[in-house]
Design a binder for this molecule. Structure first.
Ligand SMILES: [Zn+2]
Length: 487
C-alpha cells in the first residue's frame, strides 16, 4: 500500500501508535497539567501550543506557529485519509455491485455515524480517501509533508476522477512540480489546465455532458433576502457577469448615487432580467486560443478571461463565432505569445513590435523611413475585412500609408469623373491623357503573399517585391530590399 509508510501522530497520543514526544499534544491547556480540571474553562490565552503558552506569544510567533499548525493539520489529514482508505479495504465491494464502486454501498454510513455527519458526506469522505490513497499517492505525500493542504488535494482528486490512472498520475505530477500556487483558485486553474491537456477529448465530452446540467435555482436567505443562482456554461457565466459589471461601473459616474458597486450590480442584474435594458454598450469578453487548437491540429486548452482554462472544442467554437462579442486572441502554443488579436482595428503593442522588428523600414519600395516612425498598416484594409494579424500588417510611413489608402477614394472619384465628366473648369480625366480604356487610372496595389513580403504593383502594372531585411545580412546590400519583377 502506497500510504502505509505514514506514521500516525495525532493529539490523541494514548490510542495512536508511533507517537513522537515533541509533536504530540500540541494544544493542551496549560492549567490542566497535573491539576484537577478547573471549573471555568481557561481562556484561549492559557492554552499551550508547541510547549508555549498562547498568551505569551508575540505577533511574529503567532504567524509562525500558525504555519506550523497548518502543516501539522495537513499531516493529520493525510493520516486520516490513510486510515479511511484502510477502512474501505475492510469493506470491499460485494459481488454484483457496480465496478466503479470502491467499497460496499453503506461503508460511508458507518463512518458518517461515527463522525456525526450526514451519510452523503461520510460516503464522499471515504471516496476521497480511497481516491487519493490509490490514485494520487504523490498528493498524499505532499499533504503529509504540509506542502499542500486538503482543499488542494480535494481539487486534484475531484478534477482527475474521470481520468485513467495514468492520466491522473500525469496531471498530479505536472501540477505538484510547481507546488501549491499562490491561492486555491490558481491551483484549481492549474489542475484544470493540465486535465484539459492530458485528456482533451474527455474534457470536451464532460463539458457537453455538464452543459445539460445547466439550471437556475433560488435559495431563501435571512432578513427577507434570497439568492438567485445560475449554473451556466463558463463562457455564458463570464459574459453575463461581465455585462452586469460593466453597466454597474458605468453608473458609477453619478455623484448622487451612493450605492456600492455590489449594490449596483444587483440592481443592474434585476433591470436587465426584467427587460429594462437601458444600456447600449456591448461589453467584450476575451477568449484566448492557441493557433494549433484553432486549426484543429492540437487540443491545447484555450482560456477565457475571467474564468480560466476551457476545453479546446469550446475555445474553437467561441473563436469561430463571427457574430459574437468574443474577442479572439490567438497564441503560439510554443511560448504562449500572442500572434493575432481577432477582428481588431489596432494591433497590440506586442504585435506592432513584432511587425516592426520584421520589417525595419517603410514597406514601400526604396523608402528608407525607419519602421519606428511608421504607422502599422493593414495590407488588406481593415474595412475590407483585413485582419489584424502578422501576415496582414506592415509599417508604412505617413506618405505611403496615404498612398495606399487614398487608392480606393481616388478610384471612386476617378470613376465618377470618367462617367460623369469633369466639373466646370477642371482638366479632362486622366484616361484621356493615357489613352487607355477601363480602368481609367490604376493605382499602386499592395499585397502580402507571405508575412513580411510585400508585392507592390505600380500604376503601370510593374511589380516590386519588398523583402524583410534579415538581421545577419552580409550578401544583400541595403538598396536591394526591393526587387523589380517582370509583370
Ligand atoms: Zn514610406
Amino acid at each position: 500500500m502506497g500510504w502505509c509508510p505514514y506514521v500516525v501522530e495525532g493529539s490523541d497520543g494514548a490510542t495512536m501508535p508511533a507517537e513522537q514526544p515533541g509533536e504530540r499534544d500540541v494544544s493542551r491547556p496549560a492549567a490542566s497539567q497535573g491539576e484537577a480540571e478547573a471549573q471555568t474553562p481557561p481562556g484561549h490565552g492559557a492554552m499551550r501550543v508547541f510547549d508555549r503558552v498562547v498568551g505569551e506569544l508575540s505577533a511574529d510567533e503567532c504567524l509562525r506557529f500558525d504555519v506550523r499548525l497548518e502543516r501539522q493539520i495537513a499531516r493529520l489529514q493525510a493520516a486520516q485519509l490513510a486510515v479511511r482508505a484502510r477502512f474501505a479495504e475492510h469493506r470491499p465491494r460485494l459481488e454484483g455491485e457496480p465496478d466503479e464502486r470502491r467499497f460496499t454501498e453503506f461503508a460511508g454510513e458507518e463512518l458518517a455515524a461515527e463522525l456525526g455527519v450526514a451519510p452523503a458526506l461520510g460516503n464522499r469522505r471515504l471516496m476521497l480517501a480511497v481516491e487519493v490513497c490509490t490514485r494520487l499517492p504523490a498528493s498524499l505525500h505532499a499533504l503529509h509533508e504540509g506542502d499542500i493542504d486538503l482543499l488542494r488535494v480535494e481539487s486534484l482528486a475531484r478534477q482527475t476522477a474521470a481520468l485513467s490512472a495514468t492520466q491522473a498520475e500525469a496531471v498530479e505530477r505536472a501540477v505538484l512540480e510547481r507546488g501549491g500556487r499562490a491561492s486555491h483558485a490558481a491551483f484549481r486553474a492549474a489542475v484544470r489546465r493540465r486535465v484539459l491537456k492530458v485528456d482533451p477529448q474527455g474534457a470536451n465530452r464532460r463539458h457537453r455532458h455538464a452543459v445539460r446540467g445547466r439550471c437556475v435555482r433560488i435559495t431563501d436567505g435571512e432578513d427577507g433576502m434570497g439568492t438567485l443562482r445560475a449554473l451556466l456554461p463558463a463562457e455564458r457565466m463570464v459574459a453575463v457577469y461581465h455585462r452586469v459589471d460593466v453597466f454597474a461601473r458605468l453608473a458609477a459616474g453619478d455623484p448622487e448615487d451612493k450605492r456600492t458597486l455590489d449594490e449596483r450590480r444587483a440592481d443592474v442584474l434585476y433591470d436587465l432580467l426584467m427587460g429594462q435594458d437601458r444600456h447600449s454598450v456591448r461589453p467584450e469578453v476575451q477568449v484566448v486560443v492557441p493557433i494549433s487548437t484553432l486549426m484543429g491540429v492540437s487540443d491545447e486548452p484555450g482560456e477565457l478571461a475571467g474564468y480560466g482554462p476551457i476545453p479546446a472544442e469550446l475555445a474553437r467554437e467561441l473563436a469561430a463565432d463571427s457574430k459574437s462579442t468574443w474577442r479572439r486572441i490567438l497564441t503560439d502554443p510554443q511560448d504562449g505569445q500572442v500572434v493575432e488579436v481577432g477582428d481588431r482595428r489596432f494591433p497590440s503593442p506586442g504585435l506592432a513590435r513584432a511587425v516592426r522588428a520584421r520589417n525595419r523600414h517603410c514597406i514601400f519600395p526604396g523608402c528608407g523611413k525607419p519602421a519606428i516612425n511608421c504607422e502599422i498598416d493593414h495590407t488588406k484594409p481593415h474595412a475590407a475585412n483585413g485582419r489584424t494579424e502578422e501576415g496582414n500588417l506592415g509599417p508604412a510611413c505617413a506618405r505611403h500609408h496615404h498612398l495606399k489608402h487614398a487608392e480606393s477614394r481616388r478610384r471612386r472619384r476617378t470613376r465618377h469623373r470618367h462617367s460623369g465628366g469633369a466639373g466646370p473648369g477642371r482638366p479632362p480625366a486622366e484616361p484621356a491623357v493615357r489613352g487607355r480604356a477601363e480602368p481609367p487610372a490604376a493605382d499602386w496595389k499592395c499585397e502580402q503573399p507571405t508575412p513580411g513580403v510585400f508585392l507592390w504593383t505600380s500604376p503601370e502594372g510593374r511589380t516590386y517585391r519588398v523583402l524583410p531585411e534579415p538581421y545577419l545580412d552580409v550578401t544583400q546590400p541595403p538598396a536591394g530590399r526591393s526587387t523589380p519583377e517582370s509583370a
